[in-house]
Write a protein that binds this ligand. Structure first.
Ligand code: NAP
Length: 281
């Protein structure tokens, strides 16, 4: 279905380009059926040169004939964008938002539009290895849900949830998740360099260890604790290292960090832009 549809992407930033490139490179959409809209003509021209899509600086013009509209702007720009496209959407068009924190009800109200898909992707969508959690308003039809799956599958894996509250949870786990993984990688690489490895080798050792461990976990289908036990011989090196990680509160730190991200996601959804409450720390 998506092949025949006209798609508009509002917001030519990191997420907007990721979605644009996956749509075009997967050949699910013909470039002439895709329009990207953003305020900077130079940035739009750059994307047209790369992906041969239609470009405009006028959001209203971008959505006028679109069947699928992707909103990929920062939360603080949403109201401005809503004003620019409200009343210009086709009644049966689907608006898919990747904007963190803004709820279905707020999206529908600001756009005066019924068919809304709310998603939470993560940055590996840039190489079609992301994971996107999504939900919809009630009026979105089964056919439109299938088109949503077709679109999101070009970005990696997708998980549909029928309860919107999972979106804030997904923000804390998979949306923010790459930040935790990159920090962990950084710490391991720095430790390997500290031991004496050249940085290039340290980076190779760490990235392949993480990649291989994840693929091994997925193929074996065992619980991570079982796989960890297999590399933890009594009195050995893993046991020694794990003792120090647990002693330093590794598990609690991860758990607390994810809870903090979840709470922050809820705050942002309520329009609380700055974190004034330091009592939680
Ligand atoms: N990056 C992530 O890891 C991630 C993950 C999940 C969800 N998200 C969500 O994705 C959304 C976009 O994030 P991002 O990282 O892609 O941000 P970004 O790189 O800043 O992209 C936002 C784009 O929107 C453009 N823009 C600003 N005002 C506009 C308007 N009135 N009409 C059309 N375009 C406008 C910006 O142009 P200018 O730069 O010229 O202002 C920019 O190109 C956010 O809501 C975020 O919550 C991001």
């Amino acid at each position: 279905m998506l092949e025949k549809m006209k798609v508009a992407v509002i917001g030519p930033g990191v997420m907007g380009e990721a979605i644009l490139s996956c749509l075009v490179n997967s050949h699910i959409c013909a470039p002439q059926n895709v329009t990207i809209s953003g305020p900077e003509a130079e940035r739009n021209q750059h994307l047209q040169d790369l992906y041969h899509v239609q470009i405009t600086t006028d959001n209203g013009q971008a959505v006028a004939n679109a069947d699928f509209i992707v909103l990929a702007v920062k939360p603080q720009r949403f109201n401005q964008v809503a004003r620019s496209i409200k009343g210009k959407l086709k009644p049966d068009a689907v608006v898919l938002s990747v904007i963190a924190g803004i709820k279905l009800e707020s999206l529908a109200k600001a756009l005066d539009h019924a068919n809304i898909v709310r998603t939470m992707p993560n940055t590996p969508v840039r190489i079609s290895k992301g994971i996107t959690v999504w939900t919809t308003t009630e009026s979105v039809t089964e056919a439109q849900k299938q088109s949503t799956i077709d679109l999101l599958t070009t970005l990696g894996e997708e998980v549909y949830v029928d309860d919107e509250s999972y979106l804030d949870m997904a923000t804390a786990v998979s949306g923010t998740g790459p930040a935790y993984v990159f920090l962990f990688m950084e710490a391991m690489i720095d430790a390997a360099v500290h031991l004496g490895f050249p940085r290039r080798i340290a980076e190779q050792l760490v990235s392949q260890t993480i990649l291989g461990s994840v693929e091994f976990y997925r193929l074996s289908k065992d619980h991570p604790a079982k796989l960890r036990n297999e590399v933890t011989s009594p009195g050995g090196t893993s046991a020694e290292a794990l003792y120090y990680l647990e002693k330093a509160g590794f598990r609690t730190a991860i758990s607390r960090a994810i809870l903090a991200a979840y709470e922050r996601s809820q705050e942002l959804g309520q329009g609380i832009q700055t974190k004034l409450d330091s009592s939680k720390e």
